[in-house]
Design a protein around this ligand. Structure first.
Ligand SMILES: NC(=O)c1ccc[n+]([C@@H]2O[C@H](COP(=O)([O-])OP(=O)(O)OC[C@H]3O[C@@H](n4cnc5c(N)ncnc54)[C@H](OP(=O)(O)O)[C@@H]3O)[C@@H](O)[C@H]2O)c1
Length: 162
């Protein structure tokens, strides 16, 4: 599986309620990468999506410890083990982990690549949720796009491997 995230220079990804940046070009990139694939997320990230609804045109899986949790159009699992069993049963070999902080940390050991949109400028909102610091974890940036400019921000689409 792969993780995909938009990150600040300090690896910040959110303030607990929402994302740090508004970048239409990055949303387009996210849609293009994940369209037709399975997306895996934590319950808090699902609740932070518009209307708390699953992403269209993708199979959505949510992780929660709440055994009574149900959401229309979403597969619910309660542990990484249950997640792996579900993916195996579905024959799904190429899903994306889409956040948030707890779930990136939990599933990074199962990831063989990370697609990180790296924004050069610190966000106006102070982050309280972070992506694991891949550089310190021994991962390497293996590819990077040209800098993109949008809304007064510059960012690059990068790929990382362990
Ligand atoms: N920049 C980006 O690319 C990006 C992407 C996604 C999200 N975000 C941001 O990240 C923030 C949310 O991240 P977060 O870390 O607060 O929450 P999260 O990772 O989205 O969800 C955490 C929830 O996942 C469930 N969970 C965690 N560990 C589990 C386990 N071992 N087994 C089963 N369920 C487990 C729990 O749900 P229950 O409490 O229901 O048990 C937990 O409360 C938001 O600010 C969001 O905007 C940013």
């Amino acid at each position: 599986m792969k993780a995909i995230a938009a990150i600040a220079p300090d690896w910040g990804i959110g303030d607990g309620a929402g994302m740090l940046y508004s970048l239409p070009g990055d949303l387009k990139y996210f849609r293009r990468q994940t369209a037709g694939h399975t997306v895996i997320m934590g319950r808090k990230t699902l609740e932070s999506l518009p209307g708390g609804k699953p992403l269209p045109k993708r199979r959505n899986i949510v992780l929660t410890r709440d055994r009574s949790y149900k959401k229309r159009g979403v597969y619910v699992v309660h542990s990484p083990r249950e997640l792996l069993e579900l993916l195996a049963a579905l024959g799904d070999t190429d899903p994306f982990v889409i956040g948030g902080g707890e779930i990136y940390r939990l599933l990074l050991p199962y990831c063989d690549a990370c697609l990180l949109t790296r924004v050069d400028q610190p966000p106006e909102i102070s982050p309280s949720v972070f992506f694991p610091d891949l550089a310190s974890a021994g991962w390497h940036e293996t590819a990077s796009s040209e800098p993109q400019e949008e809304n007064g921000l510059t960012y690059r689409f990068t790929e990382w491997e362990p």
